[in-house]
Design a binder for this molecule. Structure first.
Ligand SMILES: C[S@@+](CC[C@H](N)C(=O)[O-])C[C@H]1O[C@@H](n2cnc3c(N)ncnc32)[C@H](O)[C@@H]1O
Length: 298
């Protein structure tokens, strides 16, 4: 049994090494470790993996064995030789051919989000995103919105799709949407473009990008387009009533700080925004998954 002090130190070490774990995952994906092992007819040794990926034998062996400790790979030893193969987790979420592959989101996190998080201290000091500090480009001179290039924008959109392929269904099942035959998933330049006619407008992973003032403007536009009985379905990660959890939503909120002008919000904060825009009935449902749902009707 370890003492409380030792346990605290273990926890601290886990936190401080957390970025190394992310980088092992990002590197193994970027090098194509999981795809190679999925396509190989049998488990492979480290030398074979290194030869096929064109990587160093020392680095590859370290990476593969660390992936085993992280349950991203499994290893068996046959006649003294270690042979690696994918685990259930990597076969489902890290192999390109899997319908639930998260590879695009992981690439975006590795190449963009991670770099912004390197400036979290400054973001907390300034209370604003760190695009200038992370990439040397002022926000208003980026290719578009928060993207440095069209490639980066597409990478992010594919990443969102990856996450949706796993987390979308529970959210869409949170409410009975059958009273809304015509549904519009709001995207594009929704601050300017006319909104198409619909019974229900979906705002998925949109409001968390924006300040309260911009959210109010967008919700007022949607309320204006809504027929009586029509509504809006907001899909976001809800914070607890006091804002102090769940951890994933808190981390996403900090992510909004380093990358956007928005934040994650509590049910009461969404209720206030929706009520101010004129919506009357507001219901919040937690799904237990990454995203929650808020349905408001006019
Ligand atoms: C985070 S994406 C969410 C997309 C989609 N609803 C989903 O859940 O996958 C944000 C959406 O806001 C739209 N948008 C409009 N103006 C934007 C801006 N200035 N910056 C970023 N996104 C903007 C984008 O076109 C995109 O559809």
């Amino acid at each position: 049994m370890s003492s409380p002090e030792e346990q605290a130190f273990r926890l601290l070490t886990e936190y401080s090494n957390g970025f190394m774990v992310s980088q092992v995952l990002f590197a193994a994906c970027e090098l194509g470790v999981f795809d190679l092992l999925a396509e190989a007819p049998e488990p492979l040794g480290a030398a074979a993996v290194a030869a096929r990926l064109g990587t160093s034998s020392h680095g590859t062996e370290l990476l593969l064995d660390t992936c085993v400790s992280l349950k991203l790979l499994q290893v068996e030893t046959k006649t003294g030789k270690a042979l690696y193969q994918n685990t259930e987790l990597s076969s489902t979420y890290l192999v390109r051919a899997s319908p639930k592959c998260q590879g695009n989101m992981l690439r975006y996190l590795a190449r963009t989000t991670y770099l912004c998080w390197g400036h979290l201290t400054q973001a907390v000091r300034d209370g604003r995103n760190q695009y200038l500090e992370a990439f040397g480009v002022p926000s208003d001179q980026l290719f578009s919105a928060i993207y440095r290039s069209e490639d980066e924008r597409l990478q992010f959109m594919r990443g969102l799709q990856d996450v949706w392929s796993v987390s979308g269904r529970p959210v869409l099942g949170a409410f009975d949407l059958s009273p809304f035959p015509l549904i519009c998933d709001v995207g594009g330049d929704f601050f300017k473009d006319p909104l198409p006619e619909a019974d229900l407008y979906i705002l998925a992973r949109v409001l968390h990008d924006w300040t309260d003032e911009r959210c109010s403007r967008l919700l007022a536009r949607i309320h204006g387009a809504c027929k009586p009985g029509g509504g809006v379905l907001v899909i976001e990660s809800l914070l607890a009533a006091d804002g102090r959890g769940p951890l994933t939503a808190q981390l996403y909120s900090l992510n909004m700080l380093v990358q956007t002008e928005g934040r994650e919000r509590t049910p009461a904060q969404y209720r206030a925004l929706l009520a101010a825009a004129g919506f009357r009935h507001v219901q919040c449902r937690r799904t237990g998954g990454l995203y929650d749902a808020i349905l408001a009707t006019r």
